[in-house]
Design a protein around this ligand. Structure first.
Ligand code: PLP
Length: 401
């Protein structure tokens, strides 16, 4: 099928047909474990240095057909992308993308709902390199406009926010950045390109942790950044300078995860909605932070801008203590306790409200003083009724000392 015709295919079909084996008799690309590429003669070796394009064996760091197939499949999923660079983790992708854009003296605006390691990178590594990070409230467009100065080079966004789940008006934030000649980068791990076509919504670079939904089975770490032609070149150059490469075995696993990602996301979205409704009706729960749920503060924007959801959301206990929250989490039998998310199995994670925000209201405006002990759930593929029964048991355990 020609590239043009492939672009007409719906995302579900692209997930199945992208990055397939170049050998028509095999479905998945073989795993090429190779550091060294052997050339037939000196003339071929010299010809190899002339091109830095993907799709030519050169040396292991430049990848093999296994990694290229994954990158190609991800590019096909992201409307507006020219290419995708793979990184050994999501955080490596965040670093690789930011380092491709900023230089000493620049100001980087960072949305205050961003993932914690992105924040530390901005205030640590990037600061040492002479880049000044300024946090802004992504829900306050006026304050955001005022935060720009003539040194603002880039804006770091995340939607919805890690842990706290605020949905931002990305088309407006990205359009403003473009007007000011600033590059907009987004951490799109929550929705993936299936649920939020970030480049189409105005962002320049879309970053994701493939560790989460794409891998989908809690057994690999990887990241990716996709962009249009101009920024793809910069991403690729920087990744090569930094020596970023992913293992071909992990690339094959990620490609396998990708095939079922849409099904998994649809299923976990449905279960998360059912659980969020159930939690919202509990007296022990003060707030459910789930943009997919009608009535959530971010629901209208979510409906306008997203084409899908996922199983990750949070809730806040009303007027409890850390010890009670831990009793609840410890009593869960079907939810593992752990970082990460997007796997086939459910997880629960306690998080506190105050220390994570610099420019936003958090606890949110209008909340009671005691509303501070939060739990993030990553919903897996278990039966929703079993998960609800597990939560019910755990809530009963919360109040028994
Ligand atoms: C997990 C995560 C990352 C980082 O991915 P790793 O593969 O763990 O480095 C980045 N952004 C978000 C929102 C995440 O949840």
């Amino acid at each position: 099928m020609s590239k043009n015709n492939r672009n007409q295919l719906s995302p579900a079909t692209r997930l199945v047909t992208g990055g397939r084996s170049p050998d028509p008799h095999v479905v998945s690309p073989p795993v090429y474990r190779a550091s060294t590429h052997l050339y037939t003669d000196c003339a071929e070796l010299r010809a190899g240095t002339k091109s830095n394009a993907d799709g030519n064996f050169f040396y292991g760091r430049r990848g093999s057909p296994t990694q290229w197939a994954l990158a190609e499949a991800l590019t096909e999923l992201e409307p507006g992308a020219h290419g995708t660079v793979l990184y050994p983790s999501g955080v490596a992708a965040i670093a690789g993308a930011l380092l491709a854009v900023v230089k000493p003296g620049d100001v980087l605006l960072v949305a205050d709902n961003a993932y914690d390691p992105s924040r530390s990178m901005a205030t640590g590594l990037l600061k040492r390199l002479g880049v000044e990070a300024r946090f802004f409230d992504p829900l306050d467009l006026d304050a955001y406009r005022e935060a720009f100065c003539n040194r603002t080079r880039a804006v770091w966004l995340e939607n919805p926010g890690s842990l706290t789940m605020e949905v931002c008006d990305i088309p407006a934030l990205a359009a403003e950045a473009r007007k000011r000649d600033a590059v907009s980068l987004i951490d799109n791990t929550w929705a993936t390109a299936l649920g939020f076509p970030a480049l189409e919504r105005g962002c320049d670079i879309s970053v994701q942790a493939l560790t989460k939904h794409v891998g989908g089975h809690s057994d690999l770490m990887m990241g990716a950044a996709s962009a249009g032609e101009r920024w793809y070149r910069a991403l690729r150059r920087t990744a090569q300078d930094l020596g970023h490469v992913v293992s071909p075995d992990d690339a094959a696993l990620a490609l396998r995860g990708l095939r079922t990602m849409k099904l998994r996301l649809e299923r976990t979205t449905r279960t998360a909605l059912a659980l969020s409704e159930w939690l919202a009706a509990r007296a022990e729960v003060a707030h459910v932070l789930c943009p997919m749920r009608p009535g959530d503060a971010g629901h209208e924007l979510w409906q306008r801008d997203f084409t899908g959801g996922c199983g990750l959301f949070s809730f806040v206990l009303s007027g409890r203590y850390d010890a009670a929250r831990c009793r609840l989490i410890d009593a869960l039998e079907l939810f593992g306790i752990g970082y990460s998310w997007g796997g086939f199995e459910s997880l629960a994670l306690p998080f506190d409200v105050e220390p994570v925000r610099a420019a936003m209201d958090w606890p949110r405006r209008g909340w009671q003083d005691g509303d501070r002990y939060a739990i993030r759930l990553s919903i897996g593929l278990e039966d929703p009724e079993d998960l609800i029964a597990d939560l019910e048991r755990a809530f009963a355990a919360m109040d028994t000392l």
